[in-house]
Design a protein around this ligand. Structure first.
Ligand code: NAP
Ligand code: GLV
Ligand code: GLV
Length: 322
């Protein structure tokens, strides 16, 4: 019987589908596997279901040579996998696009509203018993409705974030390498901009690009300097897209009004100064973390594993998309 190894326990919907057909082994620990454990798993399995924090590099893939047929990443981003090496070895790599789009867009909006209306600070204040009555200038923040939203990376999630902006009567600017069809621009009331223009004009800047060699530190010190003093930066994409140290400096100096981050440059480590700032909201990489979506993702990875181990092409092969 074929062997499927899952590097972290995922919801049962997907696991149950796999258990009907294969021997399924699940990492028994409540922690990520280390390199040696990943190597051992790859060398003993026909399929690996991996997490976004597993570094599936050349060495891990090599150890699967001969037996490993698919690495199904339990995420839409796949910057953690050496795609070229996998392709050379004939190992399929799949991801989970689409099912998590709206969920991640919802979190992006939760962060936008939380940072601009100071929800986390206000909550701490209220719990600590400091609320002694309504005051005209208590916890003043910034409006979201009617403002300008700049979206960097206008794919599935970027566009879902833009759809929500219509209800807030926002002006939407977007930047990525290719322009989307004019019908899409029109329906989302979105205008194409250069990255520099977008950063100069937006009140909220939200990142939705994948992490690649090109997007590493896309927002470096120079680019961050283009943002307005009154603007907010939201990152639910990948940490290394921003130079976290430079961002921290700007937040400290009041050169940017605030930031809300779900992802970090050296995840799970967080730049220590960031933890001390009041004008930031921090969540632990929970973009797709709802019961509904994580279940759908588990079914999606299971289906692709079933397809490949039955000799078929998977539905969500990553290298056909670019
Ligand atoms: P997608 O549909 O592929 O959209 C990504 C967009 O980024 C594309 O439209 C692409 O357009 C643009 N892009 C790619 N390279 C670029 C570059 N060098 N410069 C500028 N734009 C570039 O992906 P998605 O489903 O929206 O997901 C986006 C990312 O969000 C994922 O890769 C993942 O890392 C992250 N994510 C995070 C969470 C979370 O839990 N926080 C959850 C889901 C996803 P062009 O090709 O025209 O440039
Ligand atoms: C989450 O970060 C994902 O890429 O799915
Ligand atoms: C605030 O609570 C108001 O009534 O304006």
């Amino acid at each position: 019987m074929s062997v499927v190894f899952v590097t972290f326990k995922i919801p049962d919907q997907g696991l149950n589908l796999l258990r009907e057909k294969f021997d399924v082994f699940i990492n028994p620990y409540d922690r990520l596997l280390n390199k040696n454990e990943l190597i051992r798993a790859a060398s003993n399995s026909d399929a690996l279901i991996t997490m976004l924090a597993d570094n599936i590099d050349e060495e891990v893939l090599e150890s699967g040579k001969g037996s490993l047929k698919i690495v199904a990443n339990y995420a839409v981003g796949y910057n953690n996998i050496d795609i070229e090496k996998a392709r050379k070895l004939g190992i399929y790599v799949t991801n989970t696009p689409g099912v998590l789009t709206e969920t991640t867009a919802d979190l992006t909006w939760a962060l936008m509203l939380a940072v601009s209306r100071r929800i986390v600070e206000s909550d701490a204040f209220t719990r600590s018993g400091k609320f002694d009555g309504w005051k005209p200038e208590l916890f003043l923040g910034s409006d979201v409705y009617g403002k300008t939203l700049g979206i960097i990376g206008f794919g599935n999630i970027g566009q879902a974030v833009a759809r929500r902006a219509i209800g807030f009567n926002m002006k939407v600017y977007y930047y990525q390498r290719h322009r989307v069809p004019s019908e899409v621009e029109k329906s989302l009331n979105a205008a194409y901009m250069t990255l520099d223009e977008l950063l100069k004009e937006s009140d909220f800047v939200s990142l939705h690009v994948p992490l690649t060699k090109e997007t590493y530190h896309l927002l470096n010190e120079n680019k961050l300097s283009l943002m307005k003093k009154t603007s907010y930066l939201i990152n639910t994409a990948r940490g290394p897209v921003i130079d976290e140290k430079a961002l921290c400096q700007k937040l400290k100096n009041g050169e940017i009004a605030g930031a809300a981050l779900d992802v970090y440059e050296n995840e799970p480590k967080i730049f220590p100064d960031l933890l001390k700032l009041d004008n930031v909201v921090l969540t632990p990489h929970i973009g797709s973390a709802t019961y509904e979506t994580r279940s759908k993702m588990s079914v999606m990875v299971a289906n692709d594993v079933i397809k490949v181990l039955s000799g078929e092409e998977p539905d969500n092969l990553v290298w056909k998309k670019n």
